[in-house]
Design a protein around this ligand. Structure first.
Ligand code: FE2
Length: 371
């Protein structure tokens, strides 16, 4: 059909190939649409840029720690860097399960937990990635971090022998080995072997003395128990204070947390407890860390490294002993309670070894009937 112009030239603006005329009102509508689409595209490109910029300013931390002092440190970090820290708190196993199930979709940048044993397991399960820096290498001693920079220690604790000051003389106990001796029959309490703190202690013994000696020790201690393994570290200390047993094995900061508690009953418990850093003439007391691993799919890996550098810096390190009775990475603290425990020799074992011997430790506990 030949082209038929409209009568008014004002109404004729253009044609398509098939000779269909495009009415100006339609054109205006088309132009409006085009403009809206372009605006939306521009806005979305702009927003994605903004969002990316926001990602760099946001850090998601999965944490097993539940201390108010940690929150204060995150606030300081935000003030210094402009990076907001969002914390997801849960039990360690739950956090690692979540990391596993979320996979590449996970928003977690850093996972903070207690005990190198847990971080070693997380690395073995492919949940972490390498992310070191010169600062981190300087601030975290070699034996307290992963050799491939997947995890780093933040604080230190020693797994010590806590005893009743009423019933045990300070020189009566010097070594973990003492607790396995016949004279301690019915005088020891301990928590379950499913607990990572005990697994790591035994793994350290296996690394230092071999599986035979470690199994023999576990058998001896299990025989000396006043009750079946149960409860957490605080429960063991309370059992010693109340006379159920004379000694137990716990992490140092639990004695500190009871001593600094607002509850008078806790302070009374702590007052009855003496602390023995074992094996001062040998390998030294077993130490472990509270530490952090860089998550495999961290959207803000740089931020994670920055937070790690901040938490292991001198200023942050001074905060931990005051707030949680944990040792700083340097092991040097001016906090009176920690000083009252005295200087001690810590086992210098590289904590990576705990992972190597974890399965053997489980076997030794099973052989001992230490449930
Ligand atoms: Fe703990």
């Amino acid at each position: 059909m030949p082209f038929q112009p409209l009568k008014s030239p004002l109404l004729i603006l253009t044609l398509n190939k098939r000779g269909v005329e495009v009415h100006p009102i339609l054109l205006i509508k088309l132009m409006k649409k085009l403009f809206t689409t372009l605006s939306m595209l521009t806005a979305s490109a702009f927003l994605s840029g903004v969002c990316h910029a926001q990602d760099d300013k946001l850090l998601t931390v999965f944490s097993y720690r539940h201390y108010e002092s940690d929150t204060e440190l995150y606030k300081k970090f935000t003030e210094q860097t402009g990076i907001k820290v969002e914390v997801v708190k849960s039990k360690a196993d739950a956090l690692f399960e979540r990391l596993k199930s979320e996979g590449a979709k996970s928003k977690a940048d850093l996972v903070i937990t207690a005990d190198a044993g847990r971080l070693i397991k997380a690395k073995a399960e492919g949940l972490l990635q390498a992310g070191g820096s010169e600062t981190l290498h300087k601030q975290v001693p070699t034996n307290l971090r992963d050799s491939e920079d997947n995890w780093f220690g933040i604080t230190v604790r020693s797994r010590i022998i806590a005893y009743s000051k009423d019933r045990v003389k300070a020189d009566e106990i010097k070594s973990y080995a003492d607790l396995a001796q016949p004279e301690w029959k019915g005088r020891v309490v301990a928590r379950s072997s499913s607990n990572i703190y005990n697994q790591s202690l035994l793994a350290a013994m296996i690394a230092n003395e071999g599986p035979k000696a470690a199994t023999k020790w576990a058998i001896g201690v299990r025989k000396n128990m006043a009750r079946n393994p149960q409860g957490n570290d605080r429960d063991q200390i309370r059992a010693v204070a109340s006379g159920i047993a004379d000694a137990t094995i716990v992490n140092t900061y639990y004695v500190g947390l009871l001593a600094n508690s607002e509850d008078q009953k806790d302070r009374d418990v702590a007052a009855k407890i003496g602390i023995c850093f074992p094996d001062q003439d040998g390998k030294g007391a077993h130490i472990n860390i509270s530490g952090a691993g860089i998550c495999k799919h961290a959207p803000n890996k740089d931020g994670a490294i920055k937070l790690l550098e901040f938490l292991t810096s001198k200023t942050s390190q001074e905060t931990f002993p005051k707030a949680t009775s944990e040792f700083p990475l340097s092991m040097e603290s001016s906090v009176p309670l920690l000083q009252s425990w005295g200087k001690f020799k810590a086992d210098s074992l590289n904590l990576e070894k705990l992972g190597e011997h974890n399965a053997e430790a489980a076997k030794a506990f099973a052989a001992a009937g230490w449930e």
